[in-house]
Design a protein around this ligand. Structure first.
Ligand SMILES: [Zn+2]
Length: 496
């Protein structure tokens, strides 16, 4: 006999983030929205609007609810459970100002441990969000009609989701408005609600650490299913194997906390970009390989890459190597080194491309790892990498004795945002961010992913759920295909 333990979580997480889906198919689990807003506000706002982007709603409230139902159907179509999921939701105001906002917040309402499971594997002494506990129990552990209001007893609903109702028509709450289309085609500055809802629902479906990363403490001393895949590579311990103090330290161990689930590890090479590298081929005395950062534009590189002589851009104007005006030196078939300057990156790239360069190395102004550049307007047809100032100086010194030949290539054994074993980094901010830390991917992942702590504008959750679905598989939503569970460290004990 196992005593069933349950705990009320009453909200865990904040913020927004990104997903991959085909057209919704017959739902495998029914996800029901419990609208808790009062009359005439939020989901019940009667303001007349025009249908947009496939959303047929004719009032603001209807369009908002439609997006939640659309997201519910998308997730429902790929999850397996005999028990319906009830999401209680509100569109009330959340914190925001002119430049930043909490877009949404969501999490499981209640968690269960040691419940009677009819399928599994289910680990004892481990919390499961009620949605997963219900799935494994085969019955609704919190039966009853939808709860009468927001976070009100008897807490029969499974998830709670908040979306920021202050955004629309309010310039003091971000300059843009919500976009209610299904097609991820918001006007510039607006935010597609669908991406945010897909992100928040994923938290509610179990992608949330119940352990407080600031204190390291677990509810009633029991760790949760998410923690069994939260691995600190410095100590080699998962979070469910740690003391509160160890977890507190691990929460800030940036670059050393990864997700160890086999489904995500298997999928990561198909989702994350490979680490670009610059190898100095000639002169041999300077032979070295350094990491570069990809740009968000231009074609990617192969493992073989591009090998060509390196040359510094020269536009014979101002800072001659900044390529802010058309190039005057011959760069055809060469890899062009361009320094940072006062003009947009788009111009530099266009000038090098027009002059026939085969690839571009952009030097970043600081010695930090360069960040990705902005998207450029016309499509870029040659690979462009950014390199640190330190690497730029090394190459400039080498170029005093030409020829210098370099290879730009991608390293298939290193993924951007994963460790050397292909395990994706979790978000471990230096300063405490309860609700965000651990429950998201490290923002260094490339390309941007749905479950990052901050929403990125290039997401398309209606058609691409990137690693999110695989992470849901790891915690128990559908078994990952042919995963080798023997290579995984198992949580403490497994119930019969
Ligand atoms: Zn989040």
């Amino acid at each position: 006999m196992q005593r069933v333990a349950s705990v009320l979580l009453l909200l865990s997480l904040f913020t927004a983030g990104n997903l991959k889906f085909c057209a919704p198919v017959a739902a495998e689990v029914s996800i029901i929205i419990n609208n808790t807003d009062a009359a005439k506000v939020g989901f019940n706002d009667p303001t007349a609007v025009t249908p947009v982007g496939g959303n047929p709603g004719k009032t603001l409230g209807a369009q908002r609810l439609n997006i939640l139902r659309f997201a519910a159907d998308l997730w429902g179509s790929v999850l397996d459970s005999a028990v319906s999921i009830v999401v209680q939701s509100t569109f009330a105001a959340l914190p925001c100002d002119a430049t930043s906002a909490v877009l949404g917040a969501a999490g499981p309402i209640r968690a269960f441990a040691n419940f009677p499971a009819t399928s599994g594997p289910v680990h004892s002494q481990i919390w499961y969000p009620s949605v997963l506990a219900n799935k494994f129990a085969g019955v609704d552990l919190t039966p009853g009609p939808p709860d009468p209001g927001l976070l009100q007893p008897p807490y029969a609903d499974d998830m709670v989701a908040f979306f920021n109702g202050a955004l629309d028509g309010n310039p003091n709450c971000l300059p843009g408005n919500w976009y209610y289309g299904y097609d991820n085609n918001p006007p510039s500055g607006d935010i597609a609600l669908l991406n945010v809802v897909m992100h928040e629902f994923a938290h509610g479906l179990g992608l949330s650490a119940f352990i407080n990363p600031t204190t390291g403490e677990a509810p009633l001393g029991l760790p949760d299913i998410y923690s069994t895949y939260t691995l600190d590579t410095t100590t080699g311990k998962h979070w469910h194997e740690m003391s509160s103090g160890e977890r507190r330290a691990s929460a800030g161990n940036s670059g050393h906390v990864v997700w160890s689930g086999p489904a995500v590890i298997k999928a990561a090479p198909t989702v994350l970009a490979q680490q670009p590298e610059v190898a100095i081929v000639t002169p041999k005395a300077l032979a070295a390989t350094v990491n570069a950062t990809p740009t968000a534009f231009g074609p990617g590189l192969t493992a073989k890459g591009i090998t060509a002589p390196l040359i510094v851009a020269d536009d014979r104007s101002g800072t001659r190597s900044d390529a802010c005006t058309p190039l005057k030196n011959r760069v055809e078939g060469r890899i062009v080194l361009i320094t940072r300057g006062t003009c947009p990156v788009t111009w530099k790239v266009a000038h090098a491309e027009a002059a026939g360069a085969s690839a571009i190395l952009l030097v970043n102004a600081t010695s930090d790892l360069p960040t990705r550049q902005d998207d450029s307007d016309p499509p870029v047809t040659i690979p462009t990498l950014t390199i640190s100032d330190t690497v730029g100086v090394t190459l400039s010194i080498a170029l005093k004795h030409p020829p210098v030949v370099v290879t730009l290539r991608a390293n298939p054994r290193r993924l951007l945002g994963a460790d050397t074993q292909g395990r994706v980094y979790l978000y471990t901010p230096r300063t405490a961010e309860p609700g965000s830390a651990i429950s998201h991917w490290d923002p260094r992942v490339t390309p941007n992913l749905l479950m990052e702590p901050v929403l990125n504008a290039d997401l398309d959750a209606g058609s691409d759920t990137d690693l999110t679905y695989f992470q849901l598989q790891d915690i128990g939503w559908k078994a990952p295909e042919s995963s080798d569970s023997s290579s995984q460290k198992e949580p403490p004990t497994v119930e019969k």
